[in-house]
Design a protein. Structure first.
Length: 507
């Protein structure tokens, strides 16, 4: 582990011995919860360090049934310098519904945590729906001692897997949760299972890891069975969410920027959640937002959530390009078969490349449209991993990658939106999300053109903007009936600019 503070100090060294030593440990008594008040109920099961691309190979019938019956969104994490692919940042992201640049947790020291402004969803529920009956069970203790998950819970079970071993404690958490689900009336539960992470650290992601996934899948199955055995089950509306905090390299370990360490997923079943859906626009911050949505809670904008409910698609024009994404051409570092880029803009959009240099990497010759999986593989540790507020397909101008193959001239490409009506309006607002890195003489300009006239400068970027929403408002000239916006990027082996979530509103 990076960060100086190991997550698994005791466990990884003696995973097998710890299991035997703890097998005889007495089970904790199930806490008594207040009686629930909602027919809408949510169970969140967090499985630590569960690499989603290993679930298929595992004996995991319950997760696979949820994939069939629910929505399964895959995505990638950030990396340093935003945060390490470690448990502290990962569970903070899941619990709070915001990215590390807001919740403040960058590694397992939890230094800089900002849970006062961005509390976990159980703490938020205690504020806005105190009548709900809530429960948390964890055996990685920092999730309690640091205030990541358990604050706000009416009752909690906190065990110490690092000290005692995760096998027995995961089993205890499962048994107690099963008992509460079957015999009490909880409304919202957050249950953590840690052994998959320990096994990966000790043994890599091979057969022993698959065996650990099978055990946790069976534990999930017991919780699901307990829900269905409830006498009041027929009149209740249950949502079940399974998610993980980070992935692992094949040999075991995480904290770095590889695709394998950055792998995460959100898997959910419940009312209004489509069966068999595989959305491209899901992100790890969506867990908390999905919990709120399934309980009928509309988040206050002041909460600053970065997530959205898993069943809500982004209305982004770039996401319509998913079916036209192609595999690599010149980018040898991207595995063949990964479909992740196109030069074809969405309907009504255009790209102007008449001043664009020649040659260079085919994928990045002028504005392209790409996925996180594809683009961030081009070169690690240059902050492409920080494009966290983009979803699905986004627009990217990358003079740095373009220049990795013989070229002449400079990178000069302009992305143009469709024309939008502004008849009778006083102002027009352009909203989008951006990741921009500045270097040298590179330029990035947003321009507006009314009634097809000469574009005028709205904003020029001259310093880094690391995955932030932008809102630019322009006065509508007298007599103007339409506006289109342009994103012009120029550079010569400099950095890059990404655009996503474009929305234009006139008022």
């Amino acid at each position: 582990m990076p960060n100086g503070m190991s997550r698994r100090t005791v466990l990884v060294a003696a995973a097998g011995a710890a299991t035997a030593a703890v097998a005889a440990a007495p089970a904790a008594a199930a806490p008594t919860l207040p009686n629930g008040t909602s027919k809408d109920k949510v169970l969140v099961v967090g499985m630590d360090g569960l690499r989603h691309d290993r679930i298929d190979a595992a004996d995991a019938p319950h997760m696979k049934a949820m994939m069939r019956d629910g929505t399964y969104g895959l995505s990638l994490l950030y990396a340093n310098p935003m945060a390490a692919t470690s448990s502290g940042p990962g569970w903070s992201t899941i619990s709070t519904g915001v990215w590390p640049d807001k919740h403040g947790v960058k590694d397992n020291t939890f230094t800089g945590k900002n849970y006062g402004t961005y509390p976990g969803f159980l703490a938020r529920l205690a504020q806005v729906r105190p009548e709900l009956s809530t429960y948390a069970a964890v055996d990685w203790k920092p999730l309690d001692t640091q205030g990541t998950v358990t604050p706000g819970a009416d009752a909690k079970l906190v065990l110490d897997g690092d000290r005692d071993g995760y096998v027995a404690h995961d089993a205890t958490i499962t048994a107690e949760t099963e008992s509460i689900l079957r015999d009490q009336n909880p409304d919202v539960l957050f249950v953590y299972l840690g052994n998959t992470d320990v096994v990966a650290h000790a043994n890599g992601t091979g057969q022993k890891y698959l065996d650990a996934i099978a055990v946790q899948d069976a534990q999930l199955g017991r919780m699901l069975a307990a829900i269905k055995a409830r006498p009041s089950y027929a009149t209740e509306r249950w949502t079940v969410i399974v998610a993980t905090d980070h992935g692992h390299v094949d040999a075991g370990g995480h904290g770095g920027s590889s695709i394998e360490e950055r792998r995460t997923f959100v898997l959910a079943t419940g009312p209004g959640i489509a069966a068999g859906a595989r959305p491209l626009d899901t992100r790890l911050v969506d867990v908390a937002a999905t919990v709120f949505h399934q309980l009928g809670i509309v988040p206050d904008p002041s909460w600053g959530l970065d997530g959205k409910p898993i069943q809500q698609r982004s209305a982004d024009p770039f996401d319509t390009l998913q079916a036209s994404l192609a595999q690599r051409v010149d980018e040898t570092g991207i595995p063949a078969g990964i479909l992740g880029f196109t030069h074809t803009p969405p309907s009504g959009w255009s790209v102007i490349n008449n001043a664009m240099g020649t040659g260079g990497m085919t994928e990045w010759r002028g504005w392209s449209f790409a996925t996180d999986e594809f683009w961030s593989r081009t070169q690690r540790d240059q902050q492409r991993e920080l494009n966290v507020r983009a979803r699905g397909v986004f627009a990217v101008a990358d003079s740095d990658e373009w220049a990795d193959k013989s070229f002449s001239g400079t990178y000069d490409s302009t992305l143009v939106t469709p024309a939008y009506s502004v008849t009778g309006k006083a102002k027009v607002t352009l909203d989008f999300t951006t990741l921009y890195r500045q270097e040298g003489s590179q330029s990035a300009q947003v321009l507006a053109s009314f009634n097809g006239g000469a574009p005028t400068l709205v904003k020029s970027y001259t310093s880094d903007v690391i995955s932030k929403p932008q809102s630019l408002t322009v006065a509508v000239p007298a007599g103007a009936s339409s506006v289109s916006f342009r994103f012009r990027y120029t550079g010569s082996n400099n950095w890059y600019w990404t655009i996503d979530g474009v929305k234009i509103t006139a008022s």
